[in-house]
Design a binder for this molecule. Structure first.
Ligand SMILES: [Zn+2]
Length: 139
């Protein structure tokens, strides 16, 4: 496995897409718990408090309860998920400006083609955006 490859369980991919589809036309968001730098364990959907088609902010009370649960389970914030209802699965200028977690992955699902949602994953460090190679794994 190359260092830029990451594994996403197929079930989790389906959960993220289902959550994001349910939030349309707004952007959806959530947190992926896991072991830092290793594997993704669980997807936690959250509310986008902005209810916006082009921006998101994880509702603070959702973020708080998710972080408490991660703490209890000894898991890290592995990734930060959001959707792009009508733009490509690439970080927007706002996404880059507001990426405060260089150690987390940024997962974006695009519904540009609603019949074929596309997941792409990035590391964002300052202005630097690096795309990861996503491998959807089946158990
Ligand atoms: Zn975005």
């Amino acid at each position: 496995m190359q260092t830029n490859e990451i594994l996403i369980p197929g079930v989790m991919n389906d959960e993220m897409i289902r959550h994001a589809r349910g939030e349309l036309p707004y952007e959806a968001c959530g947190i992926i718990a896991g072991v830092a730098g290793k594997k993704a364990v669980k997807f936690y959907p959250a509310r986008n408090e902005l209810k916006s088609e082009t921006r998101y902010n994880i509702a603070p009370e959702d973020l708080y309860s998710i972080l408490m649960e991660l703490e209890k389970k000894g898991l890290d914030v592995w990734g930060i998920f959001h959707s792009h209802p009508s733009s490509p699965a690439y970080p927007s200028a706002t996404d880059i400006k507001q990426s405060y977690y260089p150690d987390s992955y940024y997962l974006i699902v695009s519904f540009l083609n609603p019949n074929k949602p596309e997941l792409r994953v990035f590391k964002i460090d300052g202005e630097e955006v690096a795309e990861m190679v996503v491998i959807i794994c089946q158990p």
